[in-house]
Write a protein that binds this ligand. Sequence first.
Ligand SMILES: Nc1ncnc2c1ncn2[C@@H]1O[C@H](COP(=O)(O)OP(=O)(O)O)[C@@H](O)[C@H]1O
Ligand SMILES: [Mg+2]
Length: 416
Amino acid sequence: MNPPKKKKTVAACQALLIIDGADRVSKVDPIRWPASRPDPAILPTRPSRRTEPMGARTRPAGRGSSPFVGRDPEVAELVAGLADALAGRGELFLIAGEPGIGKTRLVEQVEARALERGARVAWGRCWEGGGAPAYWPWTQVVRALAAPTAASRARATTGPGPMVPPLPGVQGEGPAAAAGPAGPEDRLSSATDRFRLFAEVAAFLEQAAAAGPLVVVLDDLHAADPASLLLLRFIAGSLRTVPLLVVATYREVEAQRRPEVVEALADLVRDGRTLHLRGLDRDEVRRLVEGLSGTTSSDEQVADLVRATGGNPLFIREVVHLRMAVPPGGAPARTVPQGVRAVIHQRLAALEAGTVRVLSVGAVVGQEFDRLLVEQAAGLDAIAVGEALAQAERSDLVGRVPGSERRCRFTHGLVR
Ligand SMILES: Nc1ncnc2c1ncn2[C@@H]1O[C@H](COP(=O)(O)OP(=O)(O)O)[C@@H](O)[C@H]1O
Ligand SMILES: [Mg+2]
């Protein structure tokens, strides 16, 4: 990729950080409390203005009025896991899928159920922009759980709460007070110190959960630092007897690119259950579009949208908004919406130059293309095209046409 193009892609990736879940970012706090259950006052420590409103939160933030469709089996599995956790048998769930497919939104659905049932929910979001301190997602979780609420301060009668583990930044005032960036220079470099810290975090969570069932969400685990992944492995191994549900989301393709994430996931899948999110089906797409636009859609329009978006709710939302912006009688928009563009750019940025070239040639041919034709048009040999297509397939950008050796198809019309 040439430098200006790379610069553009980086800009697109930065845009993605805002776009992916943008409808929540500003509103989401790391912990939410159930409406009906008063704060169990696990940790009466220094008051924090920033955390005060969380105690008053009665419903998950960020869902707005946009309808939630589909995902019945996944919601059912997660709610069953939640019931187990409430009964004292903790569990780990891993939710995997491409950007925009609805991982975070699914967790928010479960969060709502958890709050209704009197559990507390603490979020740790992994930071993809680089420079986050080691343990950043856990720091957010522990900070949120350690923060006193208005109710606990008003009572001020409880004894000492569980020991807050000395994660970087937990006792301080934010990331600036934390240790340096995540990496091999991790402050707690000795294995013994690390083990002690892990045991302290596990004990802290156990005590917090003893005061009331707990849901810990680790969002975008593919971007977690190695120490956080190791800590999750440690925690996951001892969930069975704790009323604690841990839900972690990750993007499969990004996860595959980081060996430490691959290794952690290989271990975590043994301790937990994995839910792979795929595109919404036709009926669900119809309901989503109709919910977003407030108008009915023809079968043809729905089929078009399924073809273009692969059932990705983020893509659908963006396309619907773009179409709604067209004045009555105006020509339908031909451009790819900005949010979709950013997601696609990010996915293409990770590919080898040869793969992008093969996809570009394929895109000229059409939604479906013949690999032989692409070989000839791109001037590449069969091996090079085979490798490129294999990479594109691993990245979920193209798939084989069933029953054909040579034909491939773009998974989303928008990618093309
Ligand atoms: N099942 C769903 N029904 C309706 N909207 C959804 C659904 N899943 C996701 N969305 C919407 O699609 C967008 C992307 O979802 P999000 O959960 O942020 O994706 P991910 O976390 O997988 O990147 C959000 O606007 C979200 O509200
Ligand atoms: Mg997300």
